[in-house]
Ligand binder design. Structure first.
Ligand SMILES: Nc1ncnc2c1ncn2[C@@H]1O[C@H](COP(=O)(O)OP(=O)(O)O)[C@@H](O)[C@H]1O
Ligand SMILES: [Mg+2]
Length: 386
């Protein structure tokens, strides 16, 4: 059987650009080379798409970008040349790179030489995990790893996810949703509504974001104002949540229509909550425990069941990590959020949860690619009206 050409897309215009590069390096280095050839495609912070053929260890470090730009300048090529996307068949002199035609499929190469068989987007956050790029893959008609447009976009929007979780009957904290205009022009009414419904402290977050960017805990109305202002800068929709005094428990899900749940892990943040700094800057001081210790077996079982239900009710595919709180006093379980493209470095929670559940990193990559094909076949439609 011939090797499959897997496009690994990394970087992207998101606050999680760097994590994505580290995840992608791991994926490329650990994929089964007897089965797959990696085609590396990086997206710079300013949105340029560049194919890259250099050493993989320069991806995590960020040096890939300079190397790719230099190589492309020499050859006068790049993946999506600016302003030249409508010009017809072959784009740019010497375009031995991917783009070949002005069809969506052509972006990823159509000739036998350039053709991409399957895409592995190792992107996190906005523009990568939110259904936008998944829409492009759909248009191109190429199988891809992970959730489709719907699961990705709903999963990215915390406020919308809550509506679906509520419908599914999953336990979650109380919340309110506002839009930016309300925060900017009717702040007093917004505060009044929050104070009428929730008690301090409460959590304020942008509905669409990740890595705790723009997430703040507010303990009084002054802090609430500041927190709302920050969240409104980060997104058009703002979520205000009841504070849950909980342990942070995470569960990995793998599969398509019949997904399985891993064992559960715990994150013990080194800061007051699991903010950006605790996640990435003083990361070593935050502790990760796999499996989570001293959790009743019944709680673990329920979390695993809820994680699968969360995955299914958003029509997810491939992978997701579902995050929970377990109340420190009552032991009650609250679902917090779903991450449809979770961190994927070898030491990230998602792969580690699977390693602890018997699926090692390379096998996980293999399974995800197989699941991409399965979902692709499953999504094919017959149009019966013609
Ligand atoms: N309602 C809440 N109660 C207590 N802590 C919270 C709450 N919401 C968020 N947090 C804290 O903030 C962190 C980041 O919030 P989260 O909703 O997970 O956003 P992100 O998508 O950026 O990870 C959580 O891991 C947790 O530490
Ligand atoms: Mg989170």
């Amino acid at each position: 059987m011939s090797k499959k050409r897997v496009a690994v897309i990394f970087g992207g215009q998101s606050s999680e650009h760097e994590v994505s590069r580290v995840s992608a390096q791991s994926v490329i280095e650990n994929m089964d080379k007897t089965k797959y050839d990696a085609v590396m495609i990086g997206i710079t912070r300013d949105g340029q798409w560049l194919t890259y053929e250099g050493p993989t260890d320069k991806i995590g470090s960020g040096e890939w970008q300079e190397l790719a730009l230099t190589a492309h300048q020499k050859k006068n090529t790049q993946l999506l040349p600016e302003g030249d996307t409508q010009s017809g068949s072959t784009v740019g002199e010497g375009s031995g790179e991917l783009i070949e035609t002005n069809t969506a499929r052509g972006i990823f190469g159509e000739s036998s030489k350039n053709k991409i068989d399957v895409i592995f987007p190792v992107l996190h956050g906005c523009n990568g995990e939110d259904g936008t790029i998944q829409g492009l893959f759909e248009l191109a008609g190429i199988p891809y790893v992970g959730c489709g447009v719907l699961g990705s976009s709903v999963g990215m929007d915390k406020a919308y996810t809550k509506i679906i979780f509520e419908k599914e009957g999953l336990p979650q904290g109380d919340y309110l949703v506002f839009n930016r205009k309300q925060v900017n022009f009717q702040l007093d009414e917004v505060i009044k509504e929050i104070e009428g419904r929730l008690t301090y402290p409460c959590f304020v977050k942008p509905s669409n974001a990740g890595s705790s960017v723009g997430v703040n805990k507010a303990s009084n109305s002054e802090e609430l104002k500041t927190a709302l202002d920050i969240a409104a800068k980060n997104d058009r929709r703002i979520l205000v949540e009841e504070f849950i005094n909980g342990r942070e428990i995470e569960c990995a899900v793998l599969g398509n229509d019949n997904p399985i749940a891993s064992t559960v892990g715990e994150v013990v943040p080194c800061n007051e909550f699991y903010d950006y700094e605790a996640k990435y800057q003083v990361g070593d001081d935050s502790k990760v425990m796999i499996p989570a210790e001293n959790l009743p077996a019944e709680t673990v079982q329920k979390i695993r069941e809820y994680a699968v239900r969360a995955f299914k009710c958003l029509d997810c595919a491939g992978l997701s990590r579902v995050d929970f709180f377990v109340h420190k006093v009552t032991g009650d379980i609250y679902i917090n959020e779903i991450n449809t493209l979770p961190g994927f470095t070898k030491i990230s929670m998602y792969p580690k949860l699977w390693a602890a559940s018997g699926i090692q990193y390379s096998e996980l990559i293999d399974r995800l690619i197989e699941l991409a094909y399965e979902r692709f076949e499953d999504c094919k439609r017959e149009f019966t009206n013609s």
